[in-house]
Design a protein around this ligand. Structure first.
Ligand SMILES: NC(=O)c1ccc[n+]([C@@H]2O[C@H](COP(=O)([O-])OP(=O)(O)OC[C@H]3O[C@@H](n4cnc5c(N)ncnc54)[C@H](OP(=O)(O)O)[C@@H]3O)[C@@H](O)[C@H]2O)c1
Length: 287
């Protein structure tokens, strides 16, 4: 997500500074550990920061269930966003924060989730992300929280890249069909956020918003489409149930996000998931 923000902000009239906890190879990076509030305050003051877009988090869903990691997961997903909020509140700035469909899932439902639906996370990742949202709101900062889902891009490890590889190399593959949601090309979300910041559309419109691509599919359908676009026709892809892949955390079976609010308030145009998948895979295949 952070790498897509780098791309979409090129040419901005605003000055964006890209930070990470460690040096990123081949990218201009300013080191900042967002668990350290003094370091955040120092950077905000020295660089006269007016807005922060927080793309950092603990994102390993299964790994978050390790009791030894619990404190660190809470620190990154809950305390760190609070730190950023406090620092922005002190200067009257804006915090843009990315959250997740995994704040839902504990209650059975089969209609797209709206922003005011009660959070019912099923695991530590979702719970700590929900805590992060609540901590941000409690500081009284001006904030935009974008809950998104099934993120992929040209960067890092993600489902699309994994499935391009597996469907090219395995004769058969089983993929779950009983978890339904919507993939999101991180570039599309980054562009929407950039438009909102660049054009100051957030003024008077702070709050929680849902953003994924349009449409609905299962991980099975998603994989079939990835294989088709990649031309990996030799892999026999079969649907299966989630219990065939034991995991320490139960994933939401239906986590489609309702995007009515983000479209109405900001006039965001949300691309259909297959169209965005084709664009991303085209870029990947060109690289
Ligand atoms: N991926 C998904 O499917 C998905 C779905 C819904 C919502 N989200 C949310 O979307 C956001 C972006 O996700 P992503 O997939 O782009 O995540 P990601 O690839 O895991 O990136 C997270 C980044 O946070 C950095 N980070 C870790 N600890 C830090 C610290 N103390 N200070 C500063 N930076 C730190 C990581 O650095 P290192 O790599 O060096 O550790 C990494 O660059 C997250 O808030 C996530 O919860 C993701």
């Amino acid at each position: 997500m952070g790498n897509e923000m780098r791309i979409v902000t090129k040419g901005s009239k605003d000055n964006f500074i890209f930070t990470d906890v460690v040096e990123v190879e081949g990218q201009e990076t300013t080191i900042l550990d967002i668990t350290n509030i003094d370091a955040i305050r120092k950077m905000v003051s020295q660089k006269n920061i007016k807005s922060i877009v927080n793309c950092a988090a603990w994102t390993n869903v299964d790994g978050a269930e390790d009791p030894k990691k619990r404190e660190l997961v809470e620190l990154l997903n809950s305390k760190a966003p609070e730190n950023l909020s406090i620092a922005m509140k002190e200067v009257g700035g804006l915090l843009v924060h990315i959250s997740t469909d995994y704040v839902f899932g504990g209650d059975p439902y089969n209609i797209p989730c709206k922003e005011d639906q009660k959070g019912t996370p099923t695991g530590v990742y979702g719970l700590t992300k929900l805590h992060g949202e609540q901590k941000i709101q409690a500081t009284g900062v001006d904030y935009l929280i974008f809950r998104t889902a099934w993120l992929y891009s040209e960067f890092g490890k993600n489902f699309v890249k994994t499935m391009i590889n597996l469907t090219a190399t395995k004769p058969q593959l089983k993929v779950v069909f009983d978890q339904v949601g919507t993939p999101t090309y991180a570039y599309d979300l980054a562009k929407a956020i950039y438009d909102i910041i660049e054009n100051r559309k957030f003024e008077g419109n702070t709050g929680v918003y849902h953003y994924s691509n349009e449409g609905v599919c299962s991980w099975y359908d998603f994989t079939k489409m990835i294989a088709e676009i990649a031309g990996n026709t030799n892999c026999n892809i079969q649907p299966c149930h989630s219990d065939e892949f034991p995991s320490p955390v139960k994933r939401p079976s239906f986590s489609v996000l309702d995007k009515t609010k983000v479209k109405e308030v900001f006039g965001v145009k949300v691309p259909y998931w297959m169209d965005s998948l084709k664009i991303c895979m085209n870029n990947l295949m060109k690289a």
